[in-house]
Write a protein that binds this ligand. Sequence first.
Ligand SMILES: Nc1ncnc2c1ncn2[C@@H]1O[C@H](COP(=O)(O)OP(=O)(O)OP(=O)(O)O)[C@@H](O)[C@H]1O
Length: 339
Amino acid sequence: MTISIRSVEKKFGRYPALNKVDLEIADGELLALLGPSGSGKTTLLRTIAGLEFPDEGQVLFHGEDVTYASAAARRVGFVFQQYALFKHMTVAKNIAFGLDVRKGKDKPSKIEIAKRVEDLLKLVELEGLGQRYPSQLSGGQRQRVALSRALAVQPSVLLLDEPFGALDATVRKSLRRELRRVHDATGVTTIFVTHDQEEALELADRVAILNRGSIEQIGTPDQVHDQPASAFVCGFVGEANSFAGEVSSGRFSAGALALPASGVPDGAATAYVRPHDFVLDDAGFEVRVDRAHIQGALTTVNATTLDGRRIEISASRAEAARFQGAVRVAARKAHVYAA
Ligand SMILES: Nc1ncnc2c1ncn2[C@@H]1O[C@H](COP(=O)(O)OP(=O)(O)OP(=O)(O)O)[C@@H](O)[C@H]1O
């Protein structure tokens, strides 16, 4: 199912929650809507679902205008952060719910429903747990049931709103991979909301970054991380050291830090340097190493420039051993934006 969002605007009172949003989602794509709290992610997801209707603009499913169609007519599957399972129903009944409530010839036979439930339990690796009640499951297992229930009706599109938000970090990670696997197995167009950049970058084919009701950039995880389209995206996606300084004739400077900044107009500007883009370089500027600590395979080095700016550098363990006392570093890559 392809989805087109065209110039969608939505206000709550006078507050614009969505500002002329345009978005094309390809059939079978897994798209993340990423942004800070209040940026409009949930409103956009609910507009795609048919749970919210725009003031202006259009929503098309496979070229057909569904802007004012109900959620049921759009056949969307929805998974919320809070497990919205029916407590008094078994896992199997929960999963079967959307099929059980169908009427007449649309309703599959009991045998077909049971088969579908079994297949879905297998898909989310919960085989054998169909007769349990939600209270007898862990949080992660409940979200897998919620995912199966959303998939049971063979939705045209699967929408997830912070589906792993209430879970601890380890369970979140494993469920992320699970969602990717389930997506690849079913091929259903999937859109999920998150404010966790690591989650978006790991899981999605493309990431749309929202800020104050507008999409600042949409691209693959590599694109939004390596070629951020704005200062906001650069600061929001991935770690970055920021330096307030000046651009003059295509050169940025902030204290001892000097960088090429072609195309950036003269005047106040901000430069962003990723921690792994600072490297030891005799031609660079001097910093004093304050502290180094291990983070997995990498070491994070905290250092201070001679004019008192604190910077963070990320290096391999072997490289990090050379960060002792006073060293010279240079930025091998930077992003500079007019302030
Ligand atoms: N029903 C509503 N009535 C009034 N204002 C609303 C309503 N729903 C959302 N808003 C406002 O619209 C803006 C966008 O909200 P939205 O929930 O879409 O953001 P979000 O990016 O999903 O945030 P979060 O990550 O905190 O859930 C916010 O300022 C919010 O307060």
